[in-house]
Structures are given as C-alpha cells and as structure tokens.
Design a protein around this ligand. Structure first.
Ligand SMILES: C=C(O[C@@H]1C=C(C(=O)O)C=C[C@H]1O)C(=O)O
Length: 406
C-alpha cells in the first residue's frame, strides 16, 4: 500500500475553512471576542470565542481558566489586557464547533451563537467589512522616523540609555479579495516557525500577525522557556544560514536583551537556568540572533515562574529599550503615536496544559479597506538612521510578501 505523502504544513480542508470563515463572521457580527491561531511548527489551527464581552483578566496565568491572553505594549484606560475565555472552540483537528466542558448555557448564549452562525452561513452577502471602521487619518513620514532615531542616538550617547527601540506605523490599502481568514492561512503556509494569529477584541479591533518572538512559555511538564531575539538582516537570494555574519553592533544589541533576561532571573534569585545560543534563526523574510533560556520549574521549586517572569520581562529590551522604565518614558514622549497592541503580547493560556505568550510583532490592525502595519528597530549608539528605516520597511514585508495589499 502506498502511503500518502506527508507535508510539513498541510492546508486545512475546505470544509474546515468554510467553518472557520463562518466562525470568524459570526464573532464579528455578534461583536464577541475571539482568537484564531496556529502555534509554531504545528499544523492544527485553533480558534476560541467568548460568549460575552466581559474580560476577566486572571491575576496569574497559573490560576487562569483555558483562554487566550492579549496585552497592549502599555496598559492604559484605552487599551487594557484582555482575556478571551474559551467558551466555544473550533479546531482543524476535531473539525466541529464545541461548547467548553462545564459551560452552563442557562442564558441561551451558545444557542444564540449557533443561531447566528446558521444565519451568517446562509447569508451570501455577508461582508465582515460592514462591521469594521475606517482608520483615523495620521501622518507618518520617513523624515520623522529618521529624526526620532537620531534623537534616540543622541540620548544614548548622553549616557541615559543603552538601547531604545523606536517604532512606526504605516497604512496600506487591502485589495478587494482580501479576507482576514484567507490571509491567516497564507501566513501559516508561508511561515511555519511563526506564531500566526487573528484576534478580535470588541472596541480594540481586529489584529493579524505572524510573530517570531516567544515571550514566555510553560508546558505540562513544568518547563519554562523564554528567548532573547534581536539583530535583523534580510534574507537575500542564494542566502545560506551557515554563512551569515553579524556586526559588533548587532551582537551587542542582542546581548543586551539576553542580559536583561538574566537580570530578571537574578532579581528572583534564580540561578539554575540553561542558556542556548546565540544562534542565527530564520523568521520569514528575515534572520535574527536568538538565545533560548530554559528552566525546569519543578527542579527549582518555582511553580509561579511563568507569571513572575511575565511581570518582569514585559516589555523586554527587544521592543522597548534598556533601562526599561526610562526607555518606555522616552518612547511615550517621543514616538508620537499609540502602539496599542503592537509589541504587547498574546497567546493561548492553559491549552492542553500549555501556555505560550508571544510578543505581538510583524502584525497589522485590520480596518474596513485598509490595514495598519507596525514595526520597530533596536537603536544603539552605533545605529545608522537610514539603515534602521530600511529595517522597519523589510519588517513590513514579512506580512506584505504574503498578504494582498497595495
Ligand atoms: C521591534 C521589532 O522587532 C524586534 C527588534 C529586532 C531588532 O531590532 O533587530 C529584532 C527582532 C525583534 O525583537 C519589530 O518587528 O517591530
């Protein structure tokens, strides 16, 4: 008997894709929080939806129910951390919509969801765009970014900071046949090492992304993991991973992020961690330097390590700067726009005993006929503003190379 050929990331079947699109449309129509995601190096597409709009953010991820966490770069009244409780589930493995075990549907919310799901399914004219807004106009020029990078450099050379990560955003028109779920599937196919997600939060909009950066993960066997990721080069034709070389500036920039993580371990007097790297890793159209840190939480008798490190790490010097508090203040005063959920973190909590939160990079906020992309670059004393600008451009390409946009 001939065995069917195994692919590393098979395309989900059309029946599932129809269900997923319908799940998405129902969530948008009912204005309920939901998330659709694919873990790095896995094939299953997961989705989860909460049947009401109340977000109860757990104090500690260890005590959280199953759900999906979304946090902004900086918590404020306008953008808070949100927890999407897993009331309704759909994944490409089981291929059917399920109500979470133990959910009591006495108010008929699930029944109503299924009713709306059936209506949307029949409605050939349903268009998610009818439920999204147009973005508020804004100006972002190359010159203003170059000036910002220059200001970062000056403040660094005055000795206040070692590193700052200024970012910017840019608006792109989405093409007529752009559909968030189809774009998500394309990103899954293109980037098997990325955490790919599509998240909708009522009043905070729709976010699509393919991030290479893990913030923290904790698995069933009490293994904790975090990474330091920095230094960026574009992959060019004929590129070979083994031949890559890094400049002193990039090596130091990434070492700063690693030092930041080690300092967080020191603060909690944790000495037993394993460190692997730095090594060069591929992230879509880019390569970065990455060091992995691992801790066995049972061996060090630290069951809350996940939530403790989450509090200490975010925002890391990969997306904010060093020292963290002054760098965050610098960005607040000089970046001149609201990052919202870009460079915050997001990911599944307690799914099959596993929590994995990723830094929300290489992401876009999706509007009616546009999307806004976000990207930043690590600036040190030796940065060249023009090169940092180019770096943000090529970071936009991670999504643009795959997504239909003009
Ligand atoms: C800030 C971003 O990326 C971060 C900054 C990097 C850098 O400065 O080289 C590399 C990877 C990420 O940690 C982004 O993608 O927007």
């Amino acid at each position: 008997m001939e065995l069917s050929k195994q692919t590393t990331h098979p395309i989900p079947d059309t029946v599932f894709l129809e269900k997923l699109e319908n799940f998405f449309s129902t969530g948008i129509k009912m204005d309920l929080p939901f998330a659709i995601w694919r873990n790095p190096r896995e094939t299953i597409i997961h989705s989860t939806l909460q049947l009401d709009q109340e977000s109860e953010v757990p104090d500690e991820i260890e005590n959280a129910p199953t759900g999906f966490m979304v946090s902004p770069f900086e918590a404020s009244e306008r953008h808070e951390s949100q927890f999407i409780k897993s009331d309704v589930l759909l994944d490409s493995d089981l291929n059917e919509i399920l109500l979470a075990p133990g959910f009591n549907d006495k108010e008929g919310r699930y029944e109503n969801f299924l009713k709306q799901y059936a209506i949307v399914n029949e409605d050939k004219r349903f268009d998610y765009k009818d439920f999204l807004e147009a973005p508020t106009p804004f100006k972002s020029t190359k010159d203003s970014y170059l000036t910002l990078v220059q200001k970062c450099k000056e403040s660094i050379s005055e000795g206040y900071y070692q590193k700052i990560v200024p970012s910017r955003r840019e608006k792109f028109r989405t093409e007529k046949n752009f559909h968030p779920v189809k774009e998500l599937i394309k990103l899954c196919e293109a980037y098997e090492n990325a955490f790919v997600s599509l998240v909708y939060l009522p009043s905070q909009g729709l976010w699509l992304g393919a991030t290479p950066e893990l913030l923290i993960s904790v698995d069933e066997a009490y293994n904790f993991e975090t990474i330091s990721l920095a230094g960026t080069q574009e992959i060019r034709p004929g590129f070979e991973l083994a031949q890559v070389s890094w400049t002193q500036k990039e090596i130091e920039e990434q070492a700063l992020v690693s030092r930041y993580i080690v300092n967080c371990f020191k603060k909690i007097r944790l000495r037993e961690f394993d460190e692997y790297g730095p090594k060069t890793v591929k992230a879509g159209n880019l390569i970065h330097l990455k060091t992995t840190f691992k801790v066995n939480m049972q061996e060090v008798n630290f069951p809350q390590l996940g939530s403790v490190m989450l509090d200490l790490l975010h925002p890391t010097s990969a997306v904010c700067g060093m020292p963290m508090i002054p760098a965050a203040k610098f960005l607040q005063e000089n970046e001149a726009y609201d990052r919202e959920y870009y460079s915050g973190y997001l990911g599944p909590v307690k799914y099959d005993g596993q929590t994995a939160l990723y830094v929300n990079l290489r992401c876009a906020k999706i509007y009616k006929n546009d999307m806004i992309l976000f990207a930043g670059a690590g600036v040190t004393e030796d940065s060249d503003p023009e090169k940092e600008w180019v770096e943000t451009e090529i970071k936009f390409q991670t999504l643009l190379n795959v997504i239909q946009a003009q």
